[in-house]
Ligand binder design. Structure first.
Ligand code: HEM
Length: 232
């Protein structure tokens, strides 16, 4: 037990925590984007998909708690690795390779902070509704379309998704290094894979606000379930 704690306190232990929790968050982000593609298959599909996710509350809450734990551990490991790096290297870097490393970790820090702020806003926007003036509980398609019809909201999502792309690119790249998938001869493949996966998620996610603003995704006809409370 003691040696396990020592492992998690070590810098390699924290990197493993970053890689494992990063992989879980990455899996969620890819699955979430694929799930949201339902919106292109008809105006009721997203509502059906949302209802299916809520059908087994125990499963939904296990996934939510797992995601929350992964995000908290990810931020904790990032924070303590940053502090450890600062303590170990009070003097600036000299070599080119080190410059690249600091650039990547600086990018990870600010894109990570923007993503955290985005997630808080996103939950208040599409899950609990406090940040969405036309929010209707359970009417996912209505919330989606009326939410993205507001240009500044869509612009903020696009900006946040570009940060997500940068974060995922560096994250996938360094996660592969942590798990030993790194060799000078094959590093171009690592870069290609990280670029491909980040670009795919960003393109999919940015397509949602763009499609709403372009009028390609419309609201489903109002039903009793999607009508605002005062109209019922
Ligand atoms: C343009 C991109 C995105 C769109 C259109 C979108 C859409 C949505 C929608 C409609 C919901 C509510 C689902 C429901 O109530 O059934 C939701 C929930 C959620 N989204 Fe997103 N999302 C996007 C990006 C992201 C990203 C990048 C993350 C994480 C980094 C994320 C994390 C979450 C979380 C944690 C929930 C709450 C799930 C729950 O516990 O019910 N989303 N999203």
């Amino acid at each position: 037990m003691g040696s396990l704690l020592d492992f998690f306190r070590s810098s390699i232990g924290k990197k493993v925590v970053m890689a494992v929790t990063g992989l879980a968050l990455f899996g969620f982000v890819v699955a979430h984007m694929l799930g949201n593609l339902q919106v292109y298959f008809g105006p009721t599909k997203l509502d059906e998909y949302g209802a299916a996710l809520r059908r087994v509350p125990a499963l939904l809450w296990s996934a939510r708690l797992g995601l929350l734990a992964a995000a908290a551990l990810h931020v904790w490991a990032a924070w303590s690795l940053t502090l450890a790096n600062r303590a170990a290297r009070p003097v600036g870097y000299r070599q080119r390779q080190d410059h690249a490393a600091t650039y990547a970790s600086r990018t990870m820090r600010w894109s990570g902070v923007i993503l955290l702020l985005f997630i808080v806003y996103h939950l208040l926007h599409f899950t609990t509704g406090q940040a969405h003036p036309q929010f209707v509980e359970g009417a996912v398609n209505h919330n989606f379309v009326t939410g993205f019809r507001v240009p500044w909201v869509s612009a903020f999502y696009v900006l946040a998704m570009l940060c997500l792309g940068l974060h995922m690119y560096h994250g996938v790249w360094s996660m592969m290094q942590t798990v030993g998938l790194s060799h000078p001869r094959y590093n171009h493949l690592r870069v290609a894979f990280a670029t491909f996966i980040a670009a795919l998620v960003v393109a999919g996610n940015i397509s949602f606000p763009v499609a709403v603003l372009a009028g390609l995704v419309r609201e489903a006809p109002r039903t009793a379930a999607t009508a605002p409370a005062q109209a019922r």
